[in-house]
Design a binder for this molecule. Structure first.
Ligand code: EPU
Length: 455
Protein backbone atom coordinates (compact mmCIF):
# COMPACT_ATOMS: atom_id res chain seq x y z
CA UNK A 1 0.00 0.00 0.00
CA UNK A 2 2.25 2.74 -1.26
CA UNK A 3 1.54 6.28 -0.12
CA UNK A 4 -1.65 5.91 1.85
CA UNK A 5 -4.25 8.61 1.26
CA UNK A 6 -5.13 10.78 4.27
CA UNK A 7 -8.41 8.95 4.88
CA UNK A 8 -6.84 5.54 4.57
CA UNK A 9 -4.09 6.65 6.92
CA UNK A 10 -6.63 7.79 9.53
CA UNK A 11 -8.52 4.52 9.23
CA UNK A 12 -5.29 2.57 9.45
CA UNK A 13 -4.29 4.38 12.63
CA UNK A 14 -7.68 3.72 14.18
CA UNK A 15 -7.13 -0.01 13.96
CA UNK A 16 -3.54 0.15 15.17
CA UNK A 17 -1.65 0.33 11.87
CA UNK A 18 1.18 2.83 11.92
CA UNK A 19 3.47 3.98 9.16
CA UNK A 20 6.54 2.93 11.09
CA UNK A 21 9.93 1.78 9.94
CA UNK A 22 12.61 -0.66 10.90
CA UNK A 23 16.34 -0.45 10.29
CA UNK A 24 17.93 -3.87 10.01
CA UNK A 25 21.56 -4.94 10.08
CA UNK A 26 21.24 -8.09 8.04
CA UNK A 27 23.32 -11.19 7.48
CA UNK A 28 22.56 -12.84 10.84
CA UNK A 29 20.76 -16.19 11.00
CA UNK A 30 17.43 -16.17 12.85
CA UNK A 31 17.42 -18.74 15.62
CA UNK A 32 14.98 -19.58 18.40
CA UNK A 33 11.39 -20.49 19.11
CA UNK A 34 8.32 -18.42 18.36
CA UNK A 35 4.60 -19.24 18.53
CA UNK A 36 1.89 -18.81 15.93
CA UNK A 37 -1.72 -18.43 16.98
CA UNK A 38 -5.04 -18.62 15.15
CA UNK A 39 -5.20 -17.94 11.43
CA UNK A 40 -6.03 -14.39 10.36
CA UNK A 41 -8.04 -15.84 7.49
CA UNK A 42 -10.20 -17.90 9.87
CA UNK A 43 -10.44 -15.73 12.98
CA UNK A 44 -11.81 -12.72 11.09
CA UNK A 45 -14.50 -14.85 9.39
CA UNK A 46 -15.38 -16.68 12.60
CA UNK A 47 -16.02 -13.27 14.15
CA UNK A 48 -18.45 -12.41 11.34
CA UNK A 49 -20.20 -15.78 11.84
CA UNK A 50 -20.94 -14.77 15.45
CA UNK A 51 -23.29 -12.14 14.03
CA UNK A 52 -25.66 -14.93 12.93
CA UNK A 53 -26.20 -16.31 16.44
CA UNK A 54 -28.95 -15.66 18.94
CA UNK A 55 -26.49 -15.69 21.83
CA UNK A 56 -22.79 -15.05 22.55
CA UNK A 57 -19.89 -16.93 21.00
CA UNK A 58 -16.38 -17.48 22.33
CA UNK A 59 -13.43 -17.58 19.95
CA UNK A 60 -10.08 -18.75 21.34
CA UNK A 61 -6.55 -18.51 19.98
CA UNK A 62 -7.33 -15.16 18.34
CA UNK A 63 -4.16 -13.41 17.12
CA UNK A 64 -3.43 -9.85 18.20
CA UNK A 65 -3.35 -8.36 14.68
CA UNK A 66 -4.91 -5.26 13.19
CA UNK A 67 -7.25 -7.18 10.85
CA UNK A 68 -8.91 -8.55 14.00
CA UNK A 69 -9.20 -4.96 15.27
CA UNK A 70 -10.90 -3.95 12.01
CA UNK A 71 -13.52 -6.67 12.35
CA UNK A 72 -13.97 -5.90 16.05
CA UNK A 73 -14.63 -2.25 15.15
CA UNK A 74 -17.12 -3.24 12.47
CA UNK A 75 -18.98 -5.64 14.75
CA UNK A 76 -19.13 -2.99 17.46
CA UNK A 77 -20.53 -0.53 14.94
CA UNK A 78 -23.38 -3.03 14.45
CA UNK A 79 -24.02 -3.27 18.19
CA UNK A 80 -22.15 -6.54 18.79
CA UNK A 81 -20.36 -6.47 22.13
CA UNK A 82 -16.79 -7.75 21.71
CA UNK A 83 -14.90 -8.34 24.93
CA UNK A 84 -11.66 -10.06 25.75
CA UNK A 85 -11.82 -12.23 28.86
CA UNK A 86 -8.24 -13.44 28.60
CA UNK A 87 -5.32 -13.27 26.19
CA UNK A 88 -6.39 -14.48 22.76
CA UNK A 89 -10.02 -15.07 23.74
CA UNK A 90 -12.91 -13.00 22.40
CA UNK A 91 -16.52 -13.07 23.56
CA UNK A 92 -18.85 -11.85 20.85
CA UNK A 93 -22.39 -11.04 21.90
CA UNK A 94 -24.79 -10.14 19.07
CA UNK A 95 -27.90 -9.82 21.28
CA UNK A 96 -28.34 -6.13 20.43
CA UNK A 97 -27.53 -5.93 16.74
CA UNK A 98 -28.51 -2.59 15.22
CA UNK A 99 -27.99 -0.64 12.02
CA UNK A 100 -24.55 0.96 11.91
CA UNK A 101 -23.74 4.53 11.00
CA UNK A 102 -22.30 4.37 7.51
CA UNK A 103 -19.38 6.69 8.30
CA UNK A 104 -18.30 4.37 11.12
CA UNK A 105 -17.99 1.30 8.94
CA UNK A 106 -16.58 3.31 6.06
CA UNK A 107 -13.77 4.58 8.29
CA UNK A 108 -12.81 1.01 9.18
CA UNK A 109 -13.39 -0.72 5.89
CA UNK A 110 -10.67 1.19 4.07
CA UNK A 111 -8.13 -1.23 5.45
CA UNK A 112 -9.85 -4.58 4.91
CA UNK A 113 -11.85 -6.79 2.54
CA UNK A 114 -13.78 -8.53 5.31
CA UNK A 115 -16.81 -6.15 5.15
CA UNK A 116 -18.11 -7.95 2.07
CA UNK A 117 -18.64 -11.03 4.27
CA UNK A 118 -21.04 -9.10 6.49
CA UNK A 119 -23.64 -9.12 3.67
CA UNK A 120 -25.41 -12.43 4.34
CA UNK A 121 -25.44 -12.13 8.16
CA UNK A 122 -26.66 -8.52 7.99
CA UNK A 123 -29.39 -9.39 5.51
CA UNK A 124 -30.55 -12.13 7.89
CA UNK A 125 -30.32 -9.93 10.99
CA UNK A 126 -31.37 -6.52 9.68
CA UNK A 127 -32.81 -7.06 6.21
CA UNK A 128 -30.26 -4.65 4.79
CA UNK A 129 -26.50 -4.34 4.30
CA UNK A 130 -24.47 -1.34 3.26
CA UNK A 131 -20.95 -2.20 2.20
CA UNK A 132 -18.37 0.52 1.66
CA UNK A 133 -15.58 0.37 -0.93
CA UNK A 134 -13.24 -2.44 -0.03
CA UNK A 135 -9.58 -2.31 0.92
CA UNK A 136 -7.13 -5.12 1.50
CA UNK A 137 -3.74 -5.63 -0.05
CA UNK A 138 -3.05 -4.17 -3.47
CA UNK A 139 -2.12 -7.34 -5.26
CA UNK A 140 -4.08 -6.82 -8.46
CA UNK A 141 -7.69 -6.23 -9.33
CA UNK A 142 -9.76 -7.89 -6.60
CA UNK A 143 -13.34 -7.85 -7.84
CA UNK A 144 -16.39 -8.99 -5.83
CA UNK A 145 -18.52 -10.15 -8.76
CA UNK A 146 -18.72 -13.78 -7.49
CA UNK A 147 -19.94 -12.47 -4.13
CA UNK A 148 -22.64 -10.26 -5.62
CA UNK A 149 -23.80 -12.90 -8.12
CA UNK A 150 -24.14 -15.40 -5.26
CA UNK A 151 -26.05 -12.93 -3.09
CA UNK A 152 -28.43 -12.21 -5.99
CA UNK A 153 -28.99 -15.97 -6.39
CA UNK A 154 -30.14 -16.04 -2.74
CA UNK A 155 -32.70 -13.32 -3.52
CA UNK A 156 -30.75 -10.22 -2.49
CA UNK A 157 -31.22 -7.00 -4.44
CA UNK A 158 -27.96 -5.16 -5.04
CA UNK A 159 -27.88 -1.39 -5.60
CA UNK A 160 -24.65 0.43 -6.18
CA UNK A 161 -24.55 3.90 -4.72
CA UNK A 162 -21.86 6.54 -4.42
CA UNK A 163 -21.18 5.35 -0.86
CA UNK A 164 -20.74 1.71 -1.71
CA UNK A 165 -23.13 -1.19 -2.23
CA UNK A 166 -26.58 -1.44 -0.66
CA UNK A 167 -28.24 -4.84 -0.40
CA UNK A 168 -31.79 -5.65 0.58
CA UNK A 169 -33.84 -8.84 0.61
CA UNK A 170 -37.47 -7.79 0.08
CA UNK A 171 -38.65 -11.43 -0.06
CA UNK A 172 -36.13 -12.93 2.36
CA UNK A 173 -33.22 -15.15 1.35
CA UNK A 174 -33.79 -18.59 -0.14
CA UNK A 175 -31.49 -21.51 -0.96
CA UNK A 176 -29.70 -21.31 -4.29
CA UNK A 177 -27.89 -23.35 -6.91
CA UNK A 178 -24.49 -21.75 -7.35
CA UNK A 179 -21.45 -22.69 -9.39
CA UNK A 180 -18.47 -20.46 -8.78
CA UNK A 181 -16.43 -19.60 -11.88
CA UNK A 182 -13.33 -20.15 -9.71
CA UNK A 183 -12.99 -21.72 -6.24
CA UNK A 184 -12.74 -18.33 -4.54
CA UNK A 185 -12.09 -18.41 -0.81
CA UNK A 186 -14.11 -15.28 -0.05
CA UNK A 187 -17.05 -16.20 -2.30
CA UNK A 188 -17.25 -19.68 -0.74
CA UNK A 189 -17.36 -18.07 2.71
CA UNK A 190 -20.00 -15.66 1.47
CA UNK A 191 -22.18 -18.54 0.32
CA UNK A 192 -21.71 -20.44 3.59
CA UNK A 193 -22.50 -17.44 5.79
CA UNK A 194 -25.61 -16.67 3.74
CA UNK A 195 -26.92 -20.17 3.02
CA UNK A 196 -26.90 -21.40 6.63
CA UNK A 197 -30.01 -19.34 7.43
CA UNK A 198 -31.59 -19.07 3.97
CA UNK A 199 -34.80 -21.05 3.54
CA UNK A 200 -34.29 -24.36 1.70
CA UNK A 201 -31.17 -26.03 0.41
CA UNK A 202 -28.15 -24.52 -1.31
CA UNK A 203 -25.84 -26.42 -3.61
CA UNK A 204 -22.45 -24.82 -4.10
CA UNK A 205 -20.19 -26.21 -6.82
CA UNK A 206 -16.53 -25.41 -7.46
CA UNK A 207 -16.18 -24.34 -3.82
CA UNK A 208 -12.87 -23.50 -2.17
CA UNK A 209 -11.84 -26.11 0.42
CA UNK A 210 -9.00 -24.35 2.22
CA UNK A 211 -8.42 -25.53 5.83
CA UNK A 212 -9.72 -22.16 7.08
CA UNK A 213 -12.99 -22.83 5.23
CA UNK A 214 -13.25 -26.28 6.80
CA UNK A 215 -12.72 -24.66 10.21
CA UNK A 216 -15.45 -22.11 9.44
CA UNK A 217 -17.76 -24.99 8.50
CA UNK A 218 -16.91 -26.66 11.83
CA UNK A 219 -17.88 -23.44 13.62
CA UNK A 220 -21.15 -23.15 11.71
CA UNK A 221 -21.95 -26.78 12.54
CA UNK A 222 -21.37 -26.03 16.24
CA UNK A 223 -23.87 -23.19 15.83
CA UNK A 224 -26.52 -25.55 14.47
CA UNK A 225 -25.95 -25.39 10.69
CA UNK A 226 -26.31 -28.42 8.42
CA UNK A 227 -23.47 -28.45 5.90
CA UNK A 228 -22.28 -31.44 3.88
CA UNK A 229 -18.98 -31.33 2.05
CA UNK A 230 -19.11 -33.71 -0.90
CA UNK A 231 -16.27 -34.83 -3.16
CA UNK A 232 -15.25 -32.62 -6.11
CA UNK A 233 -15.68 -29.26 -4.40
CA UNK A 234 -19.45 -29.56 -3.89
CA UNK A 235 -21.04 -28.29 -0.67
CA UNK A 236 -24.69 -28.69 0.35
CA UNK A 237 -26.15 -26.37 2.96
CA UNK A 238 -29.62 -26.93 4.43
CA UNK A 239 -30.92 -23.65 5.82
CA UNK A 240 -32.05 -23.53 9.46
CA UNK A 241 -34.23 -20.99 11.31
CA UNK A 242 -31.83 -20.12 14.10
CA UNK A 243 -28.22 -20.50 15.08
CA UNK A 244 -26.69 -20.48 18.56
CA UNK A 245 -23.36 -19.11 19.70
CA UNK A 246 -20.23 -21.25 19.44
CA UNK A 247 -17.08 -21.92 21.45
CA UNK A 248 -14.15 -22.62 19.18
CA UNK A 249 -10.37 -22.58 19.09
CA UNK A 250 -9.16 -21.13 15.79
CA UNK A 251 -6.86 -23.31 13.73
CA UNK A 252 -3.24 -22.12 13.54
CA UNK A 253 -2.02 -19.63 10.95
CA UNK A 254 -0.32 -21.74 8.27
CA UNK A 255 0.65 -18.64 6.30
CA UNK A 256 2.49 -17.16 9.23
CA UNK A 257 4.19 -20.51 9.90
CA UNK A 258 5.31 -20.76 6.25
CA UNK A 259 6.62 -17.20 6.38
CA UNK A 260 8.85 -17.93 9.39
CA UNK A 261 9.97 -21.16 7.74
CA UNK A 262 11.08 -19.16 4.69
CA UNK A 263 12.85 -16.72 7.02
CA UNK A 264 14.77 -19.60 8.63
CA UNK A 265 15.86 -20.85 5.22
CA UNK A 266 16.79 -17.48 3.73
CA UNK A 267 18.80 -16.36 6.77
CA UNK A 268 20.46 -19.81 7.12
CA UNK A 269 18.85 -20.03 10.53
CA UNK A 270 16.86 -22.44 12.68
CA UNK A 271 13.34 -21.53 13.85
CA UNK A 272 10.96 -23.65 15.90
CA UNK A 273 7.44 -22.51 15.02
CA UNK A 274 5.29 -23.47 17.99
CA UNK A 275 1.68 -24.23 17.07
CA UNK A 276 2.47 -25.16 13.44
CA UNK A 277 0.94 -28.43 12.28
CA UNK A 278 2.03 -30.72 9.49
CA UNK A 279 -1.38 -31.53 8.02
CA UNK A 280 -2.18 -28.05 6.75
CA UNK A 281 1.38 -27.44 5.56
CA UNK A 282 2.04 -30.64 3.59
CA UNK A 283 2.30 -28.97 0.20
CA UNK A 284 4.54 -26.26 1.60
CA UNK A 285 6.76 -28.82 3.34
CA UNK A 286 7.30 -30.72 0.07
CA UNK A 287 8.56 -27.59 -1.67
CA UNK A 288 10.59 -26.56 1.39
CA UNK A 289 12.32 -29.96 1.26
CA UNK A 290 12.85 -29.78 -2.53
CA UNK A 291 14.58 -26.41 -2.11
CA UNK A 292 16.91 -28.06 0.40
CA UNK A 293 15.34 -26.88 3.64
CA UNK A 294 15.10 -29.25 6.60
CA UNK A 295 12.30 -29.66 9.13
CA UNK A 296 11.39 -31.77 12.15
CA UNK A 297 7.76 -32.31 13.00
CA UNK A 298 6.96 -32.19 16.72
CA UNK A 299 3.71 -32.51 18.68
CA UNK A 300 3.73 -28.83 19.54
CA UNK A 301 5.17 -27.33 16.38
CA UNK A 302 7.65 -27.65 13.54
CA UNK A 303 11.36 -26.85 13.55
CA UNK A 304 12.49 -25.35 10.22
CA UNK A 305 16.21 -25.04 9.52
CA UNK A 306 18.90 -24.61 6.91
CA UNK A 307 20.95 -27.83 6.89
CA UNK A 308 24.14 -26.10 5.77
CA UNK A 309 24.14 -27.50 2.24
CA UNK A 310 23.47 -25.33 -0.86
CA UNK A 311 19.82 -24.65 -1.70
CA UNK A 312 18.33 -26.04 -4.92
CA UNK A 313 16.10 -24.30 -7.49
CA UNK A 314 12.42 -25.29 -7.89
CA UNK A 315 9.50 -24.76 -10.22
CA UNK A 316 6.35 -23.89 -8.25
CA UNK A 317 2.87 -22.85 -9.26
CA UNK A 318 0.47 -21.27 -6.84
CA UNK A 319 -2.99 -22.79 -6.71
CA UNK A 320 -6.09 -23.21 -4.59
CA UNK A 321 -5.93 -25.75 -1.74
CA UNK A 322 -4.53 -28.39 -1.68
CA UNK A 323 -2.06 -26.70 -4.03
CA UNK A 324 0.77 -24.34 -3.13
CA UNK A 325 -0.81 -21.21 -1.62
CA UNK A 326 -0.25 -17.86 -3.28
CA UNK A 327 0.57 -16.39 0.16
CA UNK A 328 3.59 -18.67 0.44
CA UNK A 329 5.35 -17.69 -2.77
CA UNK A 330 6.42 -14.23 -1.65
CA UNK A 331 8.48 -15.26 1.40
CA UNK A 332 9.82 -18.32 -0.46
CA UNK A 333 11.18 -16.21 -3.32
CA UNK A 334 13.64 -14.54 -0.97
CA UNK A 335 15.09 -17.96 -0.11
CA UNK A 336 15.16 -18.86 -3.82
CA UNK A 337 17.59 -15.99 -4.48
CA UNK A 338 20.05 -18.19 -2.54
CA UNK A 339 19.37 -21.40 -4.51
CA UNK A 340 21.95 -22.45 -7.08
CA UNK A 341 20.25 -22.26 -10.48
CA UNK A 342 16.98 -21.13 -12.08
CA UNK A 343 13.72 -21.25 -10.14
CA UNK A 344 10.33 -20.39 -11.62
CA UNK A 345 7.28 -19.31 -9.63
CA UNK A 346 4.03 -19.26 -11.60
CA UNK A 347 1.42 -17.08 -9.87
CA UNK A 348 -2.02 -18.25 -10.96
CA UNK A 349 -4.29 -16.85 -8.24
CA UNK A 350 -3.66 -13.09 -8.31
CA UNK A 351 -2.78 -11.03 -11.32
CA UNK A 352 -0.22 -8.82 -9.60
CA UNK A 353 1.57 -10.47 -6.74
CA UNK A 354 5.16 -9.93 -7.85
CA UNK A 355 5.38 -6.18 -7.22
CA UNK A 356 7.50 -6.89 -4.14
CA UNK A 357 10.29 -8.34 -6.32
CA UNK A 358 11.31 -4.80 -7.45
CA UNK A 359 12.85 -4.23 -4.03
CA UNK A 360 14.63 -7.60 -4.13
CA UNK A 361 16.11 -6.70 -7.52
CA UNK A 362 17.28 -3.39 -6.06
CA UNK A 363 18.98 -5.42 -3.34
CA UNK A 364 20.87 -7.50 -5.89
CA UNK A 365 18.51 -10.36 -6.79
CA UNK A 366 18.34 -11.64 -10.37
CA UNK A 367 14.56 -11.86 -10.90
CA UNK A 368 12.63 -11.34 -14.12
CA UNK A 369 8.84 -11.12 -13.94
CA UNK A 370 6.99 -12.26 -17.06
CA UNK A 371 3.72 -10.34 -16.95
CA UNK A 372 1.99 -12.74 -19.35
CA UNK A 373 3.23 -15.93 -17.72
CA UNK A 374 5.51 -18.60 -19.14
CA UNK A 375 5.00 -21.99 -20.69
CA UNK A 376 6.93 -24.63 -18.81
CA UNK A 377 7.35 -28.35 -19.34
CA UNK A 378 7.73 -28.99 -15.62
CA UNK A 379 4.25 -27.78 -14.71
CA UNK A 380 1.17 -29.71 -13.69
CA UNK A 381 -1.42 -27.47 -15.34
CA UNK A 382 -1.36 -25.32 -18.47
CA UNK A 383 -0.93 -21.55 -18.16
CA UNK A 384 -3.93 -19.72 -16.77
CA UNK A 385 -5.51 -16.45 -17.73
CA UNK A 386 -4.09 -13.47 -15.80
CA UNK A 387 -1.03 -15.51 -14.96
CA UNK A 388 2.41 -14.12 -14.19
CA UNK A 389 5.72 -15.89 -13.70
CA UNK A 390 8.87 -14.91 -11.86
CA UNK A 391 12.21 -16.41 -12.88
CA UNK A 392 14.79 -16.27 -10.11
CA UNK A 393 18.41 -17.04 -10.87
CA UNK A 394 20.70 -17.61 -7.93
CA UNK A 395 22.65 -17.53 -5.88
CA UNK A 396 22.80 -13.75 -5.61
CA UNK A 397 23.87 -12.23 -2.31
CA UNK A 398 21.53 -9.41 -1.31
CA UNK A 399 22.79 -6.07 -0.05
CA UNK A 400 21.01 -3.54 2.18
CA UNK A 401 18.66 -0.94 0.69
CA UNK A 402 15.88 1.49 1.62
CA UNK A 403 12.62 -0.19 0.74
CA UNK A 404 8.91 0.47 1.21
CA UNK A 405 6.48 -2.31 1.97
CA UNK A 406 3.78 -2.83 -0.70
CA UNK A 407 1.41 -5.39 0.91
CA UNK A 408 1.18 -7.88 3.75
CA UNK A 409 2.99 -10.95 2.41
CA UNK A 410 5.27 -8.94 0.12
CA UNK A 411 6.08 -6.85 3.17
CA UNK A 412 7.14 -9.85 5.18
CA UNK A 413 9.35 -10.87 2.23
CA UNK A 414 10.99 -7.46 2.38
CA UNK A 415 11.70 -8.03 6.04
CA UNK A 416 13.29 -11.40 5.28
CA UNK A 417 15.30 -9.86 2.44
CA UNK A 418 16.63 -7.16 4.77
CA UNK A 419 17.47 -9.78 7.41
CA UNK A 420 19.35 -11.80 4.80
CA UNK A 421 21.15 -8.87 3.17
CA UNK A 422 24.67 -7.79 4.00
CA UNK A 423 24.66 -4.31 5.48
CA UNK A 424 21.93 -1.97 6.61
CA UNK A 425 18.37 -1.74 5.23
CA UNK A 426 15.59 0.62 6.15
CA UNK A 427 12.16 -0.86 5.61
CA UNK A 428 9.29 1.63 5.80
CA UNK A 429 5.51 1.20 6.04
CA UNK A 430 6.28 -1.82 8.16
CA UNK A 431 3.03 -1.41 10.14
CA UNK A 432 1.17 -3.21 7.34
CA UNK A 433 2.78 -6.41 8.58
CA UNK A 434 0.82 -6.20 11.83
CA UNK A 435 -2.34 -6.76 9.74
CA UNK A 436 -1.46 -10.45 9.71
CA UNK A 437 1.66 -11.16 11.78
CA UNK A 438 1.15 -11.08 15.52
CA UNK A 439 3.87 -9.29 17.55
CA UNK A 440 6.38 -9.72 14.75
CA UNK A 441 8.76 -7.17 16.25
CA UNK A 442 8.90 -9.16 19.52
CA UNK A 443 9.41 -12.33 17.52
CA UNK A 444 12.32 -10.80 15.58
CA UNK A 445 13.89 -9.91 18.94
CA UNK A 446 13.42 -13.46 20.24
CA UNK A 447 15.07 -14.79 17.08
CA UNK A 448 18.12 -12.61 17.57
CA UNK A 449 17.64 -10.16 14.67
CA UNK A 450 19.77 -7.01 14.82
CA UNK A 451 17.45 -4.03 14.25
CA UNK A 452 16.12 -0.71 15.45
CA UNK A 453 12.35 -0.27 15.29
CA UNK A 454 10.79 3.18 15.12
CA UNK A 455 7.11 2.77 15.89
N1 EPU B 1 -12.07 -13.14 -7.56
C1 EPU B 1 -12.91 -12.63 -8.52
N2 EPU B 1 -14.16 -12.25 -8.14
C2 EPU B 1 -14.61 -12.38 -6.87
C3 EPU B 1 -13.76 -12.94 -5.89
C4 EPU B 1 -12.48 -13.31 -6.28
O1 EPU B 1 -12.52 -12.48 -9.68
O2 EPU B 1 -15.78 -12.02 -6.59
C5 EPU B 1 -10.69 -13.51 -7.94
C6 EPU B 1 -9.68 -12.61 -7.22
O3 EPU B 1 -9.51 -11.39 -7.89
C7 EPU B 1 -8.42 -13.44 -7.22
C8 EPU B 1 -8.99 -14.87 -7.12
O4 EPU B 1 -10.36 -14.80 -7.48
O5 EPU B 1 -7.72 -13.29 -8.43
C9 EPU B 1 -8.85 -15.46 -5.74
O6 EPU B 1 -9.56 -14.70 -4.77
P1 EPU B 1 -10.21 -15.35 -3.48
O7 EPU B 1 -11.62 -14.91 -3.41
O8 EPU B 1 -9.93 -16.81 -3.44
O9 EPU B 1 -9.36 -14.67 -2.33
P2 EPU B 1 -9.87 -13.76 -1.13
O10 EPU B 1 -10.99 -14.42 -0.42
O11 EPU B 1 -10.02 -12.36 -1.57
C10 EPU B 1 -8.35 -14.97 0.62
C11 EPU B 1 -7.31 -14.51 1.60
C12 EPU B 1 -6.04 -14.12 0.88
C13 EPU B 1 -5.54 -15.34 0.11
C14 EPU B 1 -6.64 -15.84 -0.86
C15 EPU B 1 -6.26 -17.09 -1.60
C16 EPU B 1 -8.63 -13.53 3.34
C17 EPU B 1 -9.06 -12.30 4.07
N3 EPU B 1 -7.83 -13.35 2.32
O12 EPU B 1 -8.58 -13.85 -0.22
O13 EPU B 1 -5.10 -13.79 1.87
O14 EPU B 1 -4.40 -15.00 -0.61
O15 EPU B 1 -7.84 -16.09 -0.11
O16 EPU B 1 -6.08 -18.13 -0.71
O17 EPU B 1 -9.01 -14.65 3.70
C18 EPU B 1 -3.43 -12.55 2.87
O18 EPU B 1 -3.67 -13.19 3.90
O19 EPU B 1 -2.45 -11.78 2.75
C19 EPU B 1 -4.29 -12.70 1.72
C20 EPU B 1 -4.27 -11.88 0.66
Amino acid sequence: MNSLTKDAQKAAERVGLHSDQITINGGKPLRGRIEVRGAKNLATKAMVAALLAEGPSVLKNVPDISDVNVVTGMLEAYGVSVTSASDGELRLDPSNVLKAQFHEIDALAGSSRIPILFCGPLLHRLGEALIPDLGGCRIGDRPIDFHLDALRAFGAVVDKSYEGIRLTAPNGLHGADIELPYPSVGATEQVLLTAVMASGTTELRNAAIEPEIMDLIAILQKMGAIITVEPNRVIFIEGVDRLDGYTHTALFDRNEAASWAAAALATEGDIFVGGAQQQELMTFLNIFRKVGGAFDIHEDGIRFFHPGTPLKPVVVETDVHPGFMTDWQQPLIVALTKAVGRSVVHETVYENRFGFTDALIEMGANIVVHQDGLESVTRRVPRRRLEQAAVIIGPTPLHGADIEIPDLRGGFSHLIAALTAEGRSTVSNVGIISRGYEHFIDKLRILGADFVYEG
